[in-house]
Design a protein around this ligand. Structure first.
Ligand SMILES: Nc1ncnc2c1ncn2[C@@H]1O[C@H](COP(=O)(O)OP(=O)(O)OP(=O)(O)O)[C@@H](O)[C@H]1O
Length: 218
């Protein structure tokens, strides 16, 4: 069971190695419940690796990752119910329309009136005009908008956002800021990895800066 008093996220001496390269090295950190985290660092500093560990897409080489008090390795299914990852890979059905992609997800999640829920979310992310277009023809920014709609459909307790502003136009960036603020207002914890530090600082109360897989002062 998730523990109400547990930190949203706790990293206990976490390391991750790919082959001979250490992407994360002995990282210890706790994100208090109710706070959101800005994750910064240069290219290759380990941000995506950390988000994927929390999302249970990867397992640590050493150490322990806990999400709301649950171990991300031994209670993978439990953690997966609580987290959703917005990542570079968007997991979309290319031949289906935006509406069909979201409707399928709504059905899988057991959401009532799946097509209505999908339509409402497409409006929220500014994709109304492309509702019935196959995803195959979508631009990178449109894919990003559809990917955030997928995440919102899941209403996760913890939203892991890997470069959510990437590929978005200025209006898209403002829309994404609004969506992140709404996610937080609805009680979700946000972990935001971005190079847009200014935007991130206005949205998050905590900051973790990585350098070569280690936490350092920003
Ligand atoms: N699948 C993989 N196989 C081998 N090495 C990897 C793999 N994924 C990441 N790495 C390495 O791990 C280190 C951390 O990468 P990671 O993608 O976590 O960094 P990042 O901070 O998210 O970078 P960016 O800002 O460019 O997205 C890098 O040295 C990278 O080359």
């Amino acid at each position: 069971m998730p523990s109400p008093s547990a930190p949203a996220l706790a990293l206990h001496d976490v390391s991750k190695r790919y082959g001979r390269r250490w992407a994360l090295a002995r990282l210890t950190y706790a994100l208090p419940a109710g706070r959101s985290l800005l994750l910064t660092g240069h290219n290759g500093s380990g941000k995506t690796t950390l988000l994927r560990l929390v999302a249970t897409a990867l397992s640590p080489t050493a150490g322990r990752v806990e999400v709301l008090g649950r171990d991300a390795v031994t209670d993978r299914e439990g953690v997966r119910r609580d987290v959703a990852l917005l990542s570079h890979a968007s997991f979309l059905y290319e031949d289906l329309t935006a509406l069909q992609n979201l409707t399928i997800l709504a059905r899988l999640l057991g959401i009532p009136s799946p097509e209505d829920a999908a339509g409402a979310l497409l409006t929220r992310v500014g994709l109304t005009r492309r509702t019935d277009s196959p995803v195959r023809g979508f631009s990178a920014g449109m894919r990003k908008r559809l990917a955030i709609a997928r995440l919102l459909m899941k209403t996760p307790a913890i939203a892991l956002l890997d470069e959510p502003f990437g590929e978005l136009d200025p209006q898209g960036i403002r829309d994404m800021e609004g969506i992140i603020a709404e996610l937080k207002a609805s009680g979700a914890t946000v972990v935001l990895a971005t190079h847009l530090v200014e935007q991130g600082m206005t949205l998050c109360e905590e900051r973790l800066h990585l350098q070569d897989g280690r936490a350092v002062a920003a």
